[in-house]
Write a new protein. Structure first.
Length: 80
């Protein structure tokens, strides 16, 4: 599902859910979209800000015993 902000020729803005971007094109071409405020069928996509999630902190690396990998005697050898 994708949420588009749409705008009619009278500058009314509204949101509409679509299965995908092709679904929007199909409905627009068929004249199946209309403004819920005024009924205008001259509807197009409004400029939208992308919905980008906040950056996550980098994963914490596993603790290290301080010896070179492959020593074989480290209790964390299987975790390196």
């Amino acid at each position: 599902m994708i949420l588009y902000t749409l705008r009619c020729s009278h500058d009314h803005h509204f949101e509409e859910w679509f299965d995908n971007s092709g679904d929007y094109d199909t409905k627009k071409d068929a004249g199946a979209l209309s403004c819920p405020e005024c009924g205008d069928k001259e509807v197009g996509k409004a400029i939208m800000a992308p919905n980008v999630g906040k950056a996550r902190a980098a994963a914490t690396p596993p603790p290290s015993c301080g010896t070179p990998m492959g020593c074989g005697g480290c209790p964390m050898a299987g975790q390196h």
